[in-house]
Design a protein around this ligand. Structure first.
Ligand SMILES: Cc1ncc(COP(=O)(O)O)c(C=O)c1O
Length: 390
């Protein structure tokens, strides 16, 4: 488990379930969100603003709790945009990202005064046309395409569809300059779930320098440059632990760009992840061969990331706690499975767990990011998992 994860105590967990009325329920802690923002801020370049990406957890209560703590929001849909604006955050601090925005989405963002990332020449033409029709100026943020860095020394950088290709950059700048849109920023998002602090630091420096070169080449005067985030979340025991001390103590020089450009970092998982827990009730137990099954009311429709679907048997395990179970004897070879008619609906595989019986509560800590919004909630038409903020 991520050392930074803050989970409710047993007594708090029981009360949270009563408050929610039922399980399964995600409980997100305001104090834990505050701690996470402070930790991530300390691990970012000292001058950088901090944007929270709603894709990690768009729950309105979470976004509302974060609004006074962060400098802005990254949104990817009209619903996310409204959630961000409904906190009272000024539209000038909201950025609408995504590689293929529709005309409707672009027009909505422009009407709201929200900046839009421009990710191709055709999108630039589309947004320019929308601004003209609406009779508004608008803020364009050019996303630069870049392969995501290799995760290990023997791996290759990963090509992707995001942002403007180097060879299209001059065209995009020309289209925007001839339009009502200003070029107010650059975005160089470079991936997620990087555990090696040296990769994070080196990439941060490289993208900042590239942004500086681009601004100089085109004579851009920028309100901000988003240099991504990339910091990993330790969901499972095989995920990399983050070396926060290394990131926090990092000498962000000698790049002259850091300090000269108005930087913004974008984070999702490292802010919301540690602050959330999933609580689920044991409905049944049974032994089949040498396996002990613990069947619970949360499934992969609620927490896809913990299920077998994403990475089969070699995935590592989410930590799981039995509420009130600290002093009970443990049982080996436990498989925690959900209520779905799918062999993939496994939330923990072959772990040691305190003895449980129906009615007991299990708590999965560090589950606050990419939970309900990243899970197939429609599968089997089951009730939506509850979510509360405490
Ligand atoms: C443009 C952009 N910003 C921010 C994020 C959030 O990333 P993370 O959850 O890794 O911090 C993502 C993730 O995909 C992204 O694509």
């Amino acid at each position: 488990m991520n050392d930074e994860t803050t989970a409710p105590t047993d007594a708090e967990a029981r009360l949270l379930v009563h408050r929610a009325g039922r399980t399964p329920v995600y409980a997100y802690g305001r104090a834990a969100l505050r701690d996470a923002v402070a930790r991530v801020r300390a691990a970012s370049p000292p001058t950088a603003g901090l944007y929270y990406s709603l894709k990690a957890n768009p729950h309105p209560g979470v976004v509302h709790a974060l609004a006074p703590l962060v400098d802005g929001f990254d949104v990817c849909s009209l619903t996310e945009m409204e959630t961000a604006l409904n906190t009272g955050t000024p539209s000038g601090r909201v950025l609408f990202t995504g590689p293929a925005k529709s005309r409707t989405e672009a027009a909505a963002a422009l009407a709201a005064g929200v900046a839009v990332t421009v990710e191709s020449p055709r999108q630039a033409v589309l947004f320019a046309g929308a601004a003209r029709e609406l009779g508004v100026t608008g803020r364009g943020v050019i996303r630069l395409n870049m392969p995501y860095p290799a995760r290990t020394p023997d791996a290759e950088p990963s090509p992707n569809q995001f942002g403007v290709a180097e060879e299209d950059l001059a065209e995009v700048v020309d289209v925007l300059r001839a339009s009502p849109l200003s070029i107010s920023g650059l975005q160089l998002f470079w991936g997620s779930q990087y555990g090696d602090p040296e990769v994070v630091l080196a990439t941060r420096k490289a993208v900042t320098e590239r942004a500086g070169a681009c601004a100089e080449r085109f004579g851009l005067s920028l309100d901000f440059v988003s240099i991504g985030g990339g910091i990993a979340m330790q969901w499972r025991d095989r995920d990399p632990a983050v070396d926060w001390d290394r990131l926090s103590g990092a000498d962000t020089g000698p790049s002259a760009e850091i300090g000269r450009l108005p930087l913004v970092c974008e984070y999702g998982r490292s802010i919301a992840g540690p602050a959330g827990s999933l609580l689920t009730t044991v409905l049944d137990t049974k032994t089949v061969g040498d396996r002990r099954y613990v069947l619970v009311d949360a499934g992969m429709n609620d927490i896809l990331l913990a299920s077998r679907l994403l990475s089969g048997g070699d995935r590592g395990e989410f930590p799981v706690r039995v509420v009130g179970g600290a002093d009970r004897p443990t049982v080996p070879h436990v498989h925690v499975t959900g209520p779905l008619c799918s062999q993939l609906d496994v939330l923990a595989e072959d772990i040691e767990l305190p003895e449980v019986e129906p009615g007991d509560l299990l708590l999965f800590p560090g589950a606050g990011a990419y939970g309900p919004s990243f899970s197939p909630g429609g599968f089997l038409s089951r009730d939506k998992v509850r979510e509360i903020v405490f």
